[in-house]
Design a protein around this ligand. Structure first.
Ligand code: ZN
Length: 252
């Protein structure tokens, strides 16, 4: 084979990184269950963040917070499944996936979500910060929850996930408070935008358009869990609309 010359010429502009999304999940399983599912099943993720209070983590011989790499970043991990964001489908092709051990419980009134450990969030901040430094095509809007890209099927990482705190560390998108207030004032005077204008705004931000009323409610719920976690009934309201329009005003 002829010598490959890696040095004489290098493209400087017309290319980008394959990785452009960071997708965050909770496992809904303990550490032992997560390891089994993510290393021997039909799903995987690039990284797993355990919870130190989890007895199965201690039983595995660990105590302090660790970050486990399960799949090479350049390989395609199977964590997103059927998914959509900003005109793209099947985000596994272009995403890094991080699973966080956190177990909501099923109750008759729906999922009961539980807090993440502060140490998990500290570890995530380090890991995500490092990933974002290495993959500049992952814009703030492209740091996503599984529910954002698959809202009909998924709730993770759920309303207890500290999106706002992470955004303050430069990880992910958040709205500007003054812009939100300006839209609250506007919608209070004029009423909320129509359903079709609202769907257009969700699409502009990146969400898949819903197919029906149930889909719209699931979309609103996913958005609320991410950006307005104090209430995530899936019913549209003025604050939710104001946040959506404030995000679009900030991230054009
Ligand atoms: Zn997930």
């Amino acid at each position: 084979m002829s010598t490959i010359d890696f040095n004489s010429y290098r493209a400087t502009t017309g290319f980008n990184k394959r990785i452009r999304f960071l997708v965050l999940h909770y496992t809904a399983l303990d550490f032992a269950g997560s390891i089994t599912a993510l290393t021997r099943g039909q799903v995987s993720a690039h990284y797993l963040l355990p919870a130190t209070a989890d007895p199965s983590y201690r039983a595995a011989g660990f105590s302090s917070q660790r970050i486990f790499n399960l799949v090479d970043e350049q390989d395609r991990a199977w964590h997103a499944g059927l998914s959509h964001w900003a005109g793209r489908d099947n985000l596994n092709d272009t995403a890094i996936g991080i699973e966080i051990v956190n177990q909501p419980t099923e109750t008759p009134s729906g999922l009961h979500f539980v807090d993440f450990e502060p140490g998990q969030i500290d570890a995530l901040r380090e890991l995500a910060g490092n990933i974002l430094m290495r993959y500049p095509d992952i814009s703030p809007k492209n740091v996503l929850g599984h529910a954002d890209i698959a809202y009909l099927r998924k709730s993770d990482p759920g309303p207890k996930f500290p999106w706002q705190t992470l955004a303050q560390s430069g990880i992910g998108a958040w709205y500007e408070a003054e812009r939100k207030q300006a839209f609250i004032d506007q919608f209070t005077r004029q009423g909320l935008p129509s359903r079709s204008e609202t769907i257009a705004a969700f699409k502009q931000y990146g969400y898949a358009a819903p197919a029906d009323d149930a889909g719209f409610k699931a979309l609103v719920r996913a958005f609320q869990m991410h950006f307005r976690p104090s209430g995530y009934s899936g019913e549209m309201d003025i604050e939710t609309g104001a946040i959506l329009f404030a995000l679009n005003a900030r991230y054009r």
